[in-house]
Design a binder for this molecule. Structure first.
Ligand code: 5GP
Length: 178
């Protein structure tokens, strides 16, 4: 696992940043008068959430959740375990889930059901990346950064065995250990 395993760039750094500015403006307009509680899904979403939040001109609050899905890194089984739960109570909050990438949609479907049960005032999803054509569950995404081809990618929060999260762009991973 080294830099020779990195393939073509799927979303360059400047394109990412431009789109995040747009998403921030959209969210600012939509949540005027009802500031959202951003719920980041660790670890992958921390880079996106940090840039997104700085483009939202509202008094947002933050919380984080960590989940682990059973199955290999490249294929989720849909069985999700909460490794770290939220600190805050969601009742009457306008919750915006911030996700790094949606592949099968199974992780998000689970999260949505789980958070919906806590009776927030509203619940929407902002996903930076969505893989084309693979969703088995309709993930009902309010905000999407980019639709990308169904290849395994790293960078901008996304890892292979904890590496590559700090790359400022998203690229294909061509190593054999994904
Ligand atoms: P889903 O349940 O939608 O199939 O999978 C979502 C989770 O799988 C993501 O939050 C992410 O942790 C992981 N994942 C899916 N596709 C990729 C990918 O291309 N690269 C990386 N690094 N992780 C991915």
């Amino acid at each position: 696992m080294d830099d020779r395993d990195l393939g073509e760039i799927v979303v360059p750094a400047d394109t990412l940043q431009q789109r995040i500015v747009e998403l921030g403006h959209e969210i600012t307009a939509d949540y005027e008068g009802r500031p959202p509680l951003l719920v980041g899904v660790l670890k992958g979403a921390f880079v996106f959430m940090s840039d997104l939040a700085r483009n939202i001109s509202l008094p947002v609050e933050f919380d984080f959740m960590a989940v682990s899905s059973y199955g290999s890194a490249t294929k989720t089984s849909g069985v999700v375990r909460i490794v770290k739960d939220l600190d805050l109570d969601l009742s009457d909050r306008h919750v915006l889930i911030v996700e790094d990438i949606v592949d099968s949609g199974l992780t998000l479907a689970y999260l949505r059901r789980n958070l919906e049960a806590r009776q927030p005032a509203s619940l929407e999803v902002c996903a930076l990346l969505v893989k084309e054509g693979l969703q088995r569950q309709d993930p009902d995404l309010r905000y999407v950064g980019f639709r990308i081809p169904p290849k395994f990618v790293v960078g901008y929060g996304l890892d292979v065995k904890e590496r590559y999260r700090n790359l400022p762009f998203v690229c294909v991973y061509e190593g054999s250990d994904a």
